[in-house]
Design a protein around this ligand. Structure first.
Ligand SMILES: Cc1cc2nc3c(=O)[nH]c(=O)nc-3n(C[C@H](O)[C@H](O)[C@H](O)COP(=O)(O)OP(=O)(O)OC[C@H]3O[C@@H](n4cnc5c(N)ncnc54)[C@H](O)[C@@H]3O)c2cc1C
Length: 264
C-alpha cells in the first residue's frame, strides 16, 4: 500500500467538502472493490473519504409506491429487511445471493452500482425494476445510469445518496453464478407492472442491458413459451475463461425463461 490521507466525515456536506479540497479524492463504501484495486495500484487516490459514518446514507424505507435504499446499506441488510421482503421479494433474494457473508456485510448497494462491474447482481435489479438513482446533484433514470464496462453516468465527485425502487406487481431474478465468487455469469431480472414488462440482464455484456424483444413478447403473452425462438446475438457479449459469449447468450434465454416461469 502507498501513502494516502484517510478521512471519515460524519456528514454528507463534510464528505463533499473533503472531496472538493482533495487533489484526487475518492469516496469509499465498504472497500470491497476499492481496497483490492488500490493494493494493485489500479487506483491511487490522494485522499480516501470513508462514507461509513454518515448515518443519512444507510437505511431502508418504503412509501409512495417506492422502496428507497440508502447508498451505504449493505447487501445483508437488504436481504434481511422485512420491508424489502414484503414489497419486492425478488430484490431481497438477489441481495442474499451476492457473494459470501463477509461480502454481504461490507459491500453496499451504492458501491456496487457505482462500480458497474459487468458481473454484479444489483445492476439487473436497478434496470429491471426501473429504479431511480438519487445523487447529491440529480436523479438518474436506470436506463441512463449504466453506460459501459465499469462506467456509469456519475460525474466526477458525484455521490449516490439512495436508490429508489418502484414496487412492481411481480418480479423474479435468476442467475447462473460463478461457484467461487457467486458473481453472475448471467443474471436476468424480469419485472411486470401492469402491462409493462422489463427484462434486464447482467453478466453477459460490458454493462447491464435490457432485451426489448423479450419484453415485447412477454407483454403480449406472459409465459416462458413466448421466449422460444428469441435468440440473443453473441457479438457484443463478454467472453472469458468462465464462459464464451455464445454460452452467455444462451444463458440469457434460459435464465429469462426460469424467471418468467416463477412469476407466471
Ligand atoms: C469475493 C467477492 C465476491 C463478490 N461477489 C459478488 C456477487 O456475487 N455479486 C455481486 O453483485 N457483487 C459481488 N461482489 C462485489 C461486492 O458485492 C461489492 O458490491 C463491490 O465490491 C463494491 O464494494 P463496496 O460497496 O464496498 O464499494 P467500494 O469498494 O468501497 O467502492 C467501489 C466504487 O464505488 C465508489 N462508490 C462507493 N460508494 C459510492 C457512492 N455512494 N457514490 C458514488 N460512488 C461510490 C467508490 O469510489 C469506488 O469507486 C463480490 C466482491 C468480492 C470481494
Amino acid at each position: 500500500m502507498y501513502d494516502f490521507n484517510f478521512h471519515k466525515p460524519a456528514t454528507l456536506d463534510a464528505a463533499l467538502e473533503t472531496f472538493e479540497s482533495s487533489d484526487d479524492g475518492q469516496f469509499m463504501a465498504g472497500g470491497q472493490t476499492m481496497i483490492p484495486v488500490m493494493k494493485q495500484r489500479l487506483a491511487m487516490p490522494s485522499d480516501v473519504i470513508d462514507l461509513g459514518a454518515i448515518d443519512d446514507l444507510n437505511g431502508i424505507s418504503a412509501g409512495n409506491g417506492l422502496v428507497s435504499i440508502g447508498a451505504m446499506t449493505p447487501h445483508a441488510a437488504v436481504a434481511a429487511s422485512g420491508t424489502v421482503q414484503d414489497a419486492i421479494p425478488a430484490l431481497a433474494e438477489l441481495a442474499g445471493r451476492i457473494g459470501d457473508p463477509h461480502v454481504r456485510n461490507r459491500g453496499t448497494i451504492g458501491g456496487s452500482i457505482a462500480n458497474s462491474d459487468p458481473a454484479a447482481d444489483y445492476p439487473a435489479a436497478v434496470l429491471g425494476l426501473k429504479a431511480i438513482v438519487r445523487t447529491n446533484r440529480r436523479e438518474v433514470a436506470a436506463d441512463d445510469f449504466f453506460t459501459d464496462l465499469f462506467e456509469t453516468a456519475l460525474d466526477e465527485g458525484e455521490l449516490i445518496i439512495a436508490v429508489d425502487f418502484p414496487i412492481a406487481d411481480a418480479a423474479a431474478y435468476e442467475k447462473f453464478e460463478n461457484p467461487a465468487s457467486r458473481f453472475a455469469l448471467v443474471g436476468v431480472m424480469v419485472c411486470r407492472t401492469g402491462s409493462d414488462v422489463r427484462v434486464a440482464v447482467t453478466g453477459a455484456g460490458p454493462c447491464a442491458f435490457r432485451v426489448t424483444e423479450m419484453e415485447q413478447a412477454l407483454a403480449a403473452n406472459f409465459n416462458p413459451e413466448a421466449l422460444k425462438g428469441i435468440s440473443i446475438g453473441a457479438d457484443d457479449l463478454n467472453s472469458d475463461i468462465h464462459a464464451s459469449a455464445e454460452y452467455r447468450a444462451h444463458l440469457v434465454g434460459v435464465m429469462a425463461g426460469r424467471a418468467v416461469g416463477r412469476m407466471a
